[in-house]
Design a protein around this ligand. Structure first.
Ligand code: ATP
Ligand code: NI
Length: 270
């Protein structure tokens, strides 16, 4: 891949904390993310791999500008050469920067599915495009009139995917898009992410599934306790992991069932 001087997205020294009350009145700050780094080139898929609670969703939400209001955030997020301010995030979100959230709760419970997929689409052709997306994701035209509670979990995930397909999308953030999904649907989703990249978008695939990461990513960023442990080319995840830079990543790789160890040794509950 051609290296450009400036990556599409560069997250540097990102720290996120929350101020919390405990014992009623005392305040303390918890720091789920500290000094996290990751960057993505246009046309590249970077997997962000980390155990549950390691800070993956917070990273996604920081890039998108949808952190809870009590979050204390510092560091820099540079997108296309410029600081991604909260105002810029709001303007790009759902358009140039698209998001496939971890939870189907991100869908509006009070809005029919068809309208949710039309958000961010060019008004004149929105309906036609939405219908094409529905067909592409195996949803029926009549499903467009249904509300989230009337659809199955699998269908909702497909709707979430449809909301991320936008003309001119340059960055796709997919937060665990594959939980509990059967293998064929998983292959389909990974193929779609690859397609985004082929069309020139940068893709961040957040996952705790090392196999999905290795199957699809160009590079893998391993995070633990809100810190970047290692960023490596995907080719380093092979053999005995001798090309990996850190012991942590090597243990993670070797813990795969086919590599002989178990996740439990890492205390990693996938
Ligand atoms: N609003 C919040 N207030 C306080 N702590 C929070 C808040 N949101 C997240 N955290 C804490 O930050 C840490 C990271 O959370 P995050 O959701 O980013 O993890 P994750 O890597 O996405 O995990 P999972 O794989 O389970 O989705 C967790 O310990 C979580 O409890
Ligand atoms: Ni998460």
């Amino acid at each position: 891949m051609l290296k450009t001087a400036q990556p599409l997205l560069k997250v540097e020294n990102l720290s996120i904390g929350f101020s919390q009350y405990f014992r009623g009145t005392q305040k303390r700050v918890i720091q789920p993310i500290s000094n996290l780094q990751v960057d993505i080139e246009a046309g590249e898929i970077v997997a962000v791999l980390g155990a549950s609670g390691s800070g993956k969703s917070l990273l996604a939400h920081a890039i998108l500008g949808i952190l809870p209001t009590n979050a204390i955030c510092s560091g820099s997020i540079i997108y296309r050469g410029e600081e991604l301010t909260e105002k810029r995030k709001a303007g790009l979100r759902g358009r140039e920067i698209s998001f496939i959230p971890q939870s189907v709760n991100y869908l509006d419970p009070l809005m029919p599915m068809g309208r949710q997929v039309q958000i961010g689409l060019d008004k004149q052709s929105a309906q036609e495009k939405q219908q094409r997306l529905f067909a592409h994701y195996g949803l029926k035209e009549s499903d467009g009139k249904l509300y989230p509670h009337e659809l199955s979990g699998g269908m909702l995930r497909r709707v979430l995917f449809a909301t991320s397909v936008r003309e001119g999308v340059k960055l796709v953030i997919a937060d665990e898009p594959t939980p509990g999904i059967h293998p064929q649907a998983l292959a389909e989703i990974l193929k779609q992410l690859r397609q985004f990249a082929r069309e020139g978008a940068g893709v961040m695939l957040i996952t705790h599934d090392i196999m999905s990461a290795v199957k699809i990513a160009d590079r893998v960023a391993v995070i633990n306790d809100g810190q970047t442990i290692e960023v490596s080319q995907v080719s380093a995840f092979s053999g005995t992991g001798e090309q990996l830079k850190t012991d942590y990543a090597r243990r993670l790789w070797r813990a795969l069932p086919q590599n002989g160890f178990t996740y439990r040794e890492l205390g990693w509950e996938a």
